[in-house]
Write a protein that binds this ligand. Structure first.
Ligand code: 45D
Length: 320
């Protein structure tokens, strides 16, 4: 059987991913928008893990200052309506601006709104608001998830707000701004137990330095990257845009891996380890697997990134 992106998706498939995340996300979208907003507020404020103070530094807050000050000046009812419009993907000016932002900036925008809600400058969830029983169930489910799954659910909801969120995920059709990579003298070389493939080691090093142009050079022309719970992003251009939009500030700490030849001169490599987001830093270490399929030239034909169900999956390196 010829190697394809579809066949590549099932390498090392004998692992447990955090399937509670898509299940919870799906249940969340069945709720009314009012319930969604209230639930996010309770989940965010009662989660027990907090955003690191340096985090908004990865967001381009200058881009949202305008809409934030506009919102501050609105009546409480108009503020609530603005949040409702964002959550219900309404076609509004603010909704269109929001869609054009990078993920970290969307998160920074909501972080700031959350602060303003706590200070009473932006309309809070009305005191005594009664969520439906369904929403209460979803909230209870979220509270029981481990922190890395909780923040993934929150992040997904924020990413899908604004007008036409599908557009902001068409990475091939828009170009994201560049940012400055880490200086060469500040970079560290990754070592991964069991892995000597230079492509994989370089991938991690470039990603940790936010040096996305050489990172993309490690991919085959029609190579693909599949983020957790998403479809593969295909082609260098689209992957580069994706990285510029979503990968600034991530800290990748791979620990161990296995590597073996497969058919037609390809090689499959599985690596497990931790990833930290700039928002929660060392407060939340996400358990991650990278499943690489390298082509005969040693280029990345496919890489999937998965959020693992539990830390014990980090040790699941069985070759399958
Ligand atoms: O609506 O190798 C309020 C890839 C009220 C790339 C609110 C990767 C109402 C390749 C509460 C104010 C990226 C795939 C809202 C690796 C309301 C690669 C606010 C993996 C919305 C390794 C809510 C990276 C707020 C990974 C402020 C796995 C919510 C990265 C804030 C994962 C939520 C990153 C935040 C994650 C969530 C980050 C800040 C899961 C951040 C999550």
């Amino acid at each position: 059987m010829a190697v394809s992106i579809q066949s590549a998706q099932s390498i090392f498939s004998n692992m447990e991913i955090a399937s509670a995340v898509p299940a919870t996300t799906e249940a969340f979208y069945k709720l009314s928008v009012e319930d969604q907003l209230a639930l996010l507020w309770y989940a965010y404020t009662e989660m027990g893990i907090s955003i690191t103070p340096a985090a908004p530094g990865v967001a381009s807050m200058a881009l949202v200052e305008g809409i934030l000050s506009e919102i501050k000046q609105m009546s409480p009812a108009a503020q609530s309506k603005t949040m409702f419009d964002l959550a219900s993907n309404a076609d509004t000016t603010i909704g269109r601006i929001y869609t054009s932002l990078r993920v970290n900036t969307k998160l920074g925008f909501w972080y700031e709104l959350g602060q303003l809600m706590k200070q009473g400058i932006v309309a809070p969830i009305p005191a005594g608001y009664q969520m439906s029983p369904e929403a209460t169930t979803v909230l209870e489910t979220i509270k029981k998830l481990d922190p890395s799954q909780q923040i993934t659910v929150l992040r997904n909801t924020v990413v899908n707000m604004g007008y036409d969120p599908a557009f902001s995920q068409e990475y091939g059709k828009r170009s994201a701004p560049r940012s400055t990579p880490t200086a060469p003298e500040e970079r560290v070389k990754t070592k991964i137990e069991g892995i000597s493939e230079q492509t994989v080691l370089n991938y991690i090093d470039y990603m940790n330095a936010f040096d996305f142009t050489p990172a993309i050079g490690l991919f085959a022309e029609e190579g693909a990257l599949q983020p957790p719970f998403q479809k593969p992003i295909v082609g260098r251009e689209a992957i580069l845009n994706y990285m510029r939009e979503e990968c600034i500030g991530l800290k990748m700490m791979p620990q161990q891996g296995v590597s073996e030849p497969t058919e037609d001169g390809y090689r499959q490599v599985k690596v497990t380890g931790k990833v930290e987001t700039p928002w929660f830093g060392a407060n939340v270490g996400m358990n991650i697997a990278w499943r690489f399929l390298l082509d005969p030239q040693g280029q990345i034909f496919f890489v999937a990134i998965d959020l693992l169900a539990s830390p014990k999956e980090l040790l699941n390196l069985i070759r399958q």
